[in-house]
Design a protein around this ligand. Structure first.
Ligand code: OGA
Ligand code: MN
Length: 286
């Protein structure tokens, strides 16, 4: 039996009593999946995992993605996307600027990711307190809180999600190489419903984000722009947010349909941050 302790926020729960390095029974795994669907973000503390174990546990959720930023993956493990500010031999070992705007992972793909599994290896500290928190916003809570007139207005609308919008606007955007032709080919602009139905829970989610949603389809000019601005502000209102303070050994799973997330870059070398992420393949939004 798992012990599940919800946070005080609109989403998120800690799961206790699980060692993810073990080969978990199906019943245990199914309880974890049920909690993941219910709480949208779940985390386990004090895990010690080798890359193979991280990948093996992640695979139980489905096939894993290999990120288009190949240079950010852990050598020998194309499924492990590294998020880190660490420099080795003059070279960044991972993405130094992931998640600096609200987004969900791979929302710019035809089939956005189902969920991401994030493992904290090194957490920056100052005066005994962790830095580099991550914020999560519940897209189901955001949708539910919309006035019914707005729900009606956006029920059938789609929005354009664009990888290049996010790619080029980061803190270190000057440091990122221009997208290669192959990366561009893999990430054409894509339309998704603004109100997305969760494929497992059937709940409605507000599926727009500041990072990658570039415009409302079929609503040009001022009207579309102001509607998108309004929805983006609403989606990340503090009522819908859980803020995760990392500890070394945390293993956290977020749902890329029912949540979006934001990294807080309030640290710098020599404070080191080293996280590794697997990304589970998802299905086309409807
Ligand atoms: C990511 C991401 C946020 C963080 O890896 O997808 O957005 O806090 N990371 O590192
Ligand atoms: Mn992300």
């Amino acid at each position: 039996m798992l012990t599940i302790t919800p946070t005080n926020a609109a989403l998120g729960a800690e799961i206790l009593g699980v060692d993810l390095s073990r080969d978990l029974a199906d019943t245990t795994f199914n309880e974890i999946v049920a909690a993941f669907h219910e709480y949208e973000v779940v985390y386990f503390r004090n895990q010690t995992l080798r890359p193979e174990q991280h990948i093996a546990f992640s695979r139980r959720f489905g096939e894993l993605e290999k990120h288009v930023r190949v240079d950010c993956c852990r050598p020998g493990y194309p499924e492990l996307f590294v998020v880190s500010n660490v420099i080795e031999n003059g070279k960044a070992i991972g993405s130094r600027d992931a998640g600096l705007f609200w987004h969900s992972d791979l929302c710019y793909m035809k089939e956005p990711s189902r969920g991401s599994l994030f493992y904290a290896r090194e957490v920056p500290m100052k005066d005994g307190e962790p830095l580099g928190d991550t914020l999560f916003a519940s897209a189901t809570a955001a949708y539910e809180a919309l006035p019914s007139s707005m729900k009606t207005k956006i029920a059938k609308l789609k929005a354009v999600n664009s990888y290049s919008k996010g790619y080029y606007r980061d803190r270190n955007s000057g440091a990122r190489a221009p997208l290669t032709e192959d990366q561009k080919r893999r990430t054409p602009d894509i339309e998704h419903p603004i109100v997305r139905t969760h494929p497992f829970t059937g709940k409605k989610c507000l599926f727009v984000n500041e990072g990658y949603t570039s415009r409302i389809a079929a609503l040009d000019g001022e009207e579309g722009e102001s509607l998108l601005t309004e929805l983006l502000a609403h989606a990340t209102d503090e009522r819908f947010i859980y803020r995760h303070r990392w500890q070394v050994g945390d293993f956290l799973i977020w749902d890329n349909c029912s949540t979006q997330h934001l990294a807080i870059p309030d640290y710098a070398l020599p404070q080191r941050r080293l996280m590794e992420r697997t990304t589970v393949r998802g299905s086309a939004p409807f």
